[in-house]
Write a protein that binds this ligand. Structure first.
Ligand code: SF4
Length: 270
């Protein structure tokens, strides 16, 4: 054990040992790096573990500019992965994303990363972030892709993340100091709960202007194709989607009854 290791707290040492035991003989390791607090911890743990690795950031084009700047300034060695099409171009030919239909996660994050021929991958996901993640195993093999993922801080609590960042005096994205608990895509269906989407709209209005313009293009395109829209106009849809990502884009095709009722429009437009 090195002097450096002796200074480590139990939970840090445990995570470093987990990395060493599982990955020492696996060659170069792909490390998914988002620029968020958990990724900041992962990057440091990889450095402490002295494994052979490379950080990769999926450049979504809809992340906060402050986050992208933070990565460029503090993690110059990080490789940026770019999607085939921008979010906006893709949006023109899809439906608005929802937490159930996350086509953008596939095209902006997953597909670009699959082009990298490194099959052992480390990610900074944590159980307490969602009920879905709470069910994850610490080592997950994805048969079809031939990829194995390792989650060294799966059981860490948020306080441990911040304690680690403090102990190692790590730089972190300052958007956390503005009260953002999780940092990622500015316009995301997962923000459409509570007031986060509207808070983001105030903070990054240009992204939302572009979103509304693109939704209008998509709306008109679908109308011309004869689709029956659930909202009288694209603005009505956006206002509803900001508050609930399950807002219906098309009218319910089974019952042919509008899910949307005119009187509700006023309630949502407040
Ligand atoms: S907007 Fe949300 S769902 Fe889409 S890529 Fe970003 S995180 Fe994934």
């Amino acid at each position: 054990m090195t002097d450096k290791d002796k200074r480590l707290k139990d939970y840090v040492l445990e995570a470093v040992n987990f990395l060493k035991q599982n990955l020492s003989d696996k060659g170069k390791i792909f490390v998914a790096f988002s620029g968020g607090k958990d990724s900041t911890v992962i990057a440091k743990l990889m450095e402490i573990s002295e494994l052979n690795y490379q950080l990769y950031y999926s450049f979504t084009g809809i992340d906060p500019p402050e986050l992208v700047r933070f990565i460029r300034e503090n993690y110059r060695e990080c490789t940026f992965l770019h999607p085939k099409k921008s979010f906006w171009k893709d949006l023109e030919s899809h439906i608005p994303p929802s937490s159930k239909i996350r086509w953008c996660c596939t095209s902006l994050k997953k597909e670009p990363s699959y082009k990298i021929n490194l099959f052992h991958r480390v990610e900074g996901i944590r159980s307490e972030e969602s009920s879905r993640r709470a069910k994850y195993k610490r080592v997950n093999h994805f048969e079809k892709l031939g990829i194995t993922k390792y989650y060294p801080i799966l059981e860490w609590k948020e306080w441990q993340v911040w304690e680690f960042i403090g102990d190692y005096s790590l730089e972190y994205c300052k958007l956390y100091d503005e009260g953002f608990g999780r940092i990622g895509c500015v316009i995301c269906p997962f923000n459409s709960k509570g007031s986060k989407q509207l808070h983001c709209k105030k903070r990054w209005p240009k992204f939302f202007k572009k979103f509304e313009e693109t939704i209008e293009i998509l709306y008109q395109k679908r109308m011309k194709q004869g689709r029956i829209m659930n909202f009288p106009d694209s603005r009505g849809f956006c206002e509803a989607w900001y508050k609930d990502d399950s807002a219906r884009w098309y009218k319910d095709e089974n019952t042919k009854k509008p899910i949307w009722e005119e009187e509700n429009l006023q309630a949502i437009n407040i």
